[in-house]
Design a protein around this ligand. Structure first.
Ligand code: ZN
Length: 278
């Protein structure tokens, strides 16, 4: 990596980490939903177990994030950097500066929308993506919960888009920062004023929209695929039919065991198992 790329990667990391910490605190001060068992009467001693289960979940999600953070500079950034130097040369010369950046961000967000639809529809890819959807609750840490196999596959497919459209590395790095920022925001459990959330949801994906994508009901899980912009779902007819409620059950197959999750190593080995379509 050259010095400019290293600087952009470092700046991106610091900015995203600050955003994650800010929303992690806000969602605990102003939560929109409580975890399933938080709302029911607990027997003596159960609240401690519940709190431990909550922090175990955060640690599990953080563990998956650390794996991805380790492979990103080793594989994801070099693959993207290689792709930006092998453009097909079709890009018009006027597509530079802010115009070029805007074009690249919209194009890459459109690409990630269709990639997200593909990982839900392709059984092999779903084996990786289900690790994200097995989370039994949503908060900022859910945004970091992805199997490293999905991260690598997505980087390789995205490289093809970068080569085809001649996307520069600066645009790719800005896009990555925005995807992480947007993902932390729309997975968060931060209770926003309803009017503000409604206004934002016309343009970007908000928690109310994205939580439907994690609803235990499969029809809702297979909807609302947007990452940054919310208009792709309206344009391509994939908006969830219902609306989020604070007590809705989260996670694929969560109707059976609301508070149970798989262990960290089981999650890493999850793609070796056939994933349930429930
Ligand atoms: Zn999904």
């Amino acid at each position: 990596m050259d010095t400019l790329t290293q600087g952009l990667v470092a700046y991106k990391g610091v900015a995203v980490a600050a955003w994650l910490v800010l929303l992690f605190v806000l969602e605990r001060m102003m939560p929109a939903a409580t975890r399933p068992a938080d709302g029911v009467a607990l027997a003596a001693g159960q609240s401690g177990a519940l709190a431990r289960a909550g922090w175990t979940r955060v640690a599990r999600n953080a563990g998956l994030f650390l794996v991805n953070a380790a492979i990103s500079p080793l594989i994801v950034v070099p693959v993207s950097a290689w792709a930006t130097t092998h453009a097909l040369g079709w890009r018009p010369t006027w597509l530079t500066g802010w115009t070029g950046l805007t074009f690249d961000l919209v194009l890459l967000d459109l690409w990630i929308y269709w990639w997200h639809r593909a990982v839900h529809r392709t059984p092999l890819l779903w084996r990786f993506h289900v690790v994200h959807h097995l989370d039994r609750f949503l908060d900022t840490t859910s945004a970091t919960r992805f199997h490293f196999g999905e991260v690598l596959l997505s980087a390789c497919v995205r490289a093809a888009v970068i080569v085809l459209a001649g996307i520069p590395l600066t645009s790719v790095l800005v896009f990555e920062a925005l995807v992480l920022t947007a993902s932390i925001f729309h997975h968060s459990n931060w209770r926003l004023p309803a009017g503000i959330e409604r206004a934002l949801s016309r343009v970007i994906v908000t928690p109310s929209l994205h939580w439907m994508h994690h609803h235990a009901i499969r029809r809702d899980t297979d909807s609302t695929y947007g990452t940054i912009f919310s208009f792709w779902d309206r344009m391509f007819g994939s908006v969830a039919s219902g609306t989020r409620t604070p007590d809705m059950t989260i996670g694929v197959g969560a109707g059976d065991a609301p508070l149970e999750d798989e262990r960290f190593l089981d999650l890493l080995a999850r793609p070796l198992r056939r994933a349930s379509r429930r």
